[in-house]
Design a protein around this ligand. Sequence first.
Ligand SMILES: Nc1ncnc2c1ncn2[C@@H]1O[C@H](COP(=O)(O)OP(=O)(O)OP(=O)(O)O)[C@@H](O)[C@H]1O
Ligand SMILES: [Mg+2]
Length: 355
Amino acid sequence: MPITTALASSAPSETVSAAAIHAQDLVKKYGDFTAVDGISFSVTRGESFGLLGPNGAGKSTTMRMIAAVASRTSGQMLVAGLDPEQQGPEVRARLGVIPQQDNLDEELTVRENIIMYGRYFGLPRRYLLAKADELLTFAQLEHKANSRVEDLSGGMKRRLTIARALVNEPEVLLLDEPTTGLDPQARHVLWDRLFRLKESGTTLVLTTHHMDEAEQLCDRLVVVDHGTIMAEGSPAGLIREHSTREVLELRFGMDRNAEQAKTLEELLTNTGRDMARTDPYGSARVPDVAVPTGTGEVGFSHIEVLPDRLLVYAEQAEAAMEKIHAAGHRPMTSLVRRSSLEDVFLRLTGRSLID
Ligand SMILES: Nc1ncnc2c1ncn2[C@@H]1O[C@H](COP(=O)(O)OP(=O)(O)OP(=O)(O)O)[C@@H](O)[C@H]1O
Ligand SMILES: [Mg+2]
């Protein structure tokens, strides 16, 4: 029996009902196990919003509650101003849903999949014939219109699932792991299509455990772990807040990494730690700028020890490397890169996003 929410008895504020999605203290329990543990977030209309987290974080469970296919244990939720538990059909009519696993009808052709799906929404056949052509063009599947689904590649199936979800011209598109399992080229084609939708004003809500996908597509995201929100912000903002501008990846060999970490920490601790939070170029998207390097300008923050390598967090990773070399340390490999959302996740949870 769904719990009656406070929303039923009190009128939601204008901001809340104007949001595409508003979730407050959302909880989902399966027996004694809590899959979603009191999360709150709001998605603005036209925004591209992400739930980034590892396997089992509660992303799909949250999506199912938004999509009116799973009940919530407690908390409040509005989708386009409607409560999915009270107004399921109305909510579903406004949403396009791309589930984690494609659920296309393998027996039907590509075009028939779109038309049949539209029939579930009670859309007229004439409208659907024209709409199917438009969506096949959008999904770059015109040449496969009469192929059976089982003959499509994984990337094509994913594009068809997205095309199908657009048949009712949804206000909000829910994408659960849109590109997981696809090869890099197929992922880029999909990102391009999703970017076009975003440009055209469709609200996108997506889950992913790929930080590059989150960085590519999300205006704003929440980092989710064990059913709770660890942080919220834009990709660049999260990196600025929770990491340094750059990272130096060093490999000394599996048996030496931990011991080397201690030595390097001591070496780097006195080299301009005060810079760590003052660098204005902390965004992964800001182009490189010429900043003088040298002693005192490393902006060292900390070192993470992974089984196969050390991650040295510093505003100026090249300067950190120079200092390490100057002290006579010789790593087997070294790599300087910008900080990413993976570093944010590691900092927040002590674990890697990819298991
Ligand atoms: N129907 C269910 N019954 C019991 N437990 C469930 C059910 N659905 C999900 N869970 C559990 O809830 C937790 C969250 O699952 P969920 O599918 O939401 O994670 P996720 O973040 O989508 O993970 P993934 O990245 O692997 O898709 C997991 O521990 C999962 O085992
Ligand atoms: Mg999932």
